[in-house]
Design a protein around this ligand. Sequence first.
Ligand code: B4P
Length: 189
Amino acid sequence: MAVILLVGPPGAGKGTQAERLVEKYGWATLSTGEALRRHMGEGTKLGIEAKKYVNEGHLVPNETVLGMLREEMDGLTAQFILLDGYPRNVVQAQTLETLPEKYQVQLAVHIDIPLEKLVARIEKRFEERGRADDQPDKFRNRLEVYDSETRPILNFYIEKGLYHRVDGEGSIDEVFSRIESVLKADSVL
Ligand code: B4P
């Protein structure tokens, strides 16, 4: 077992591409955003705590997310785990390195996309699904948090030789085949 990270700004398509990879290759996926939304929907203690941060477009405290991540990861058995939305800052990236060998990162795939494209996608998703954190002012917060807290993890993985950039513009199929090329080049596929 090994971990493949999908990294990118909110709305880059991490969740969308993870779903496609799971469908085609039968891997496991774990989205911290989805897991937090599930806890929020079920009104668990963790969900009530997370809601204050998620709905404002802020990051949930590291310890809260880590506890949830460990719990979710321990139930997975696939050859690869696609981690979508974790790590979100350098401390989370360092924390991931302290987990057992089977949870170590083999590859960090950065889905890179210009800001204007993200805004259009999220506006569309807000109209369709009404996610509280997709409201324009909350979404702006999420982009700022991405720039200040999450972007630095790209360098963290560049320095470790695990970083791969994928152009996130174009159709879902086009982005998917670019990700497949990266995975083939790294002998994951
Ligand atoms: P996430 O759930 O991770 O954010 P997301 O916006 O859903 O990102 P994703 O890139 O997955 O977008 P998607 O595929 O849906 O996080 C939400 C919140 O949870 C965070 O703000 C934070 O509060 C909290 N959180 C999560 N992880 C955390 C952590 N580790 N630590 C602390 N807090 C954490 O794509 C977006 C839209 O674009 C979709 O509607 C999709 O249909 C569309 N789309 C995708 N690809 C497309 C393409 N190629 N062309 C056109 N449209 C496309």
